[in-house]
Design a binder for this molecule. Structure first.
Ligand code: ZN
Length: 416
């Protein structure tokens, strides 16, 4: 299984929140999971059968609601010639909206990871567990053990350690062979060592670059060699940038892989958010810089920097819960955008059009989660986006001190 991006996880989380908030008065919410291998015609046949089964439902309203939900799924299924690459999930039914009222909801979710099994369920809640399972963390770390004799490259996937490559060197030991001067011997040894480190660096870079979702890289080994290898930049710069820390281990072979994981596991909880910590530290350092600061914060400033294409790294707290809405006048062509809190959206009263002479109320024509909106803008100018988890120390300070939106610019900007 591949790892989801931060954004995919975020979007999925939000969708789950919405789905889980739906409650049926009775067992009338339908969840239908269609795996990629399932024929649409089989699904249709299955639902037709459910329609006849539903005739046995005693309550008249429940029966009516279940039937209309199935009909709604059937009509949506017509839009599919075959199931999408990862399958598709339908959540349809009448949710309770207070007093005795219900309202029909229909969600079609194309999951970021493949649906494994076909499933039909009619309950008073939507069945979301298979989608929630896609959100479980699949932490991947690169492991590299090195000294002058051996090099072992592996991965830590969740709690599983994988050995990917083991190499041994031809670098001579400390004692010279007969017939060579000590200096000449040392020189040859250094050349051999350099070539060995190059070979290890190239192999490790090749392996780690092929795993774009690696969260960080741990380097281990006995003595100072690993430090030398790291500091002399034998790794590809993209891989080098992912190095989290160096650890002392006794072994540089397969045993060493387990050893480094165990040594690092003391700080493993930190590793999980290691990248977040790092980028927040970088931002806070910029904040305190003064004149040539690259720190930008506050939504307006960030938007201005974005327009200039000047943002290198955008930091967003995961629990912003805001929307960017587009307001348009139905009479003239006037349009404007605003940011509104999720909680305020329901009672949001669009303002009057400032251009029309006769009072005309504007309408919300578009609504997008601000995290999606800003992320797309930054990515379109080749910047990076970090979603900072809400339960972390970093997340708290980003939210409290900077309203959850901050950035590091590519060069100092004067937009105060
Ligand atoms: Zn107008």
């Amino acid at each position: 299984m591949t790892e989801l991006s931060q954004r995919q996880k975020y979007d999925l989380k939000r969708q789950l929140e919405e789905l889980k908030a739906c409650k049926g008065k009775h067992t009338e919410l339908i969840s239908l999971y269609v795996p990629p291998t399932k024929q649409i015609s089989d699904v249709t046949a299955y639902l037709r059968n459910e329609i006849s089964e539903s005739q046995n439902i005693k309550s008249k309203t429940t029966k009516k609601n279940v039937l209309s939900a199935i009909e709604s799924i059937l009509s949506r299924l017509k839009m599919f010639r075959q199931a999408p690459e990862n399958g598709v999930v339908f959540f349809v039914g009448h949710k309770s909206i207070g007093s005795d009222q219900t309202s029909m909801v229909a969600f079609v979710v194309v999951p970021p990871l493949p649906i494994q099994t076909f499933l039909y369920r009619c309950d008073s809640l939507f069945y979301t567990e298979p989608i929630e399972a896609m959100l479980t963390e699949k932490e991947i770390y690169g492991l590299l053990l090195i000294d002058r004799r051996e090099c072992t490259i592996g991965l830590l996937r969740g709690s599983r350690v994988e050995l990917l490559k083991y190499m041994t060197s031809q670098v001579p030991g400390k004692h010279g062979r007969g017939g060579q001067s000590q200096r000449r011997f040392e020189r040859l040894t250094e050349i051999a060592a350099h070539e060995w480190f190059q070979k290890c660096g190239e192999k490790a870079s090749e392996i780690f670059l092929a795993e774009p979702d690696i969260k960080g890289i741990l380097i281990g080994g006995p003595g100072p060699t690993k430090r030398y290898f790291h500091d002399e930049n034998y790794l590809h710069y993209e891989v080098q940038n992912k190095v989290i820390d160096l650890f002392d281990t006794g072994y540089t072979d397969e045993f060493g892989l387990r050893e480094i994981v165990s040594v690092a596991s003391d700080t493993m909880q930190d590793l999980k958010v290691g990248q977040e910590k790092k980028v927040m530290k970088r931002f806070l350092r910029e904040v305190t810089k003064g004149d040539n600061s690259l720190a930008i914060y506050g939504e307006d400033h960030v938007r201005r920097a974005l327009e200039m294409g000047a943002i290198d790294t955008l930091l967003l707290s995961e629990d912003l819960r805001k929307y960017r809405i587009t307001l348009a006048c139905p009479t003239c062509s006037y349009e404007e955008k605003r940011t509104v809190k999720e909680d305020d959206l329901e009672d949001f009263e669009p303002p009057m059009c400032p251009k029309c002479e006769t009072p005309t109320q504007m309408e919300i024509t578009e609504k997008i989660d601000i995290i999606d909106e800003l992320s797309e803008l930054v990515e379109s100018t080749s910047g990076k986006v970090f979603l900072i988890s809400q339960s972390s120390e970093e997340g708290d300070s980003l939210k409290a001190a900077f309203n959850g939106i901050a950035a590091i610019s590519r060069y100092p900007l004067d937009i105060a």
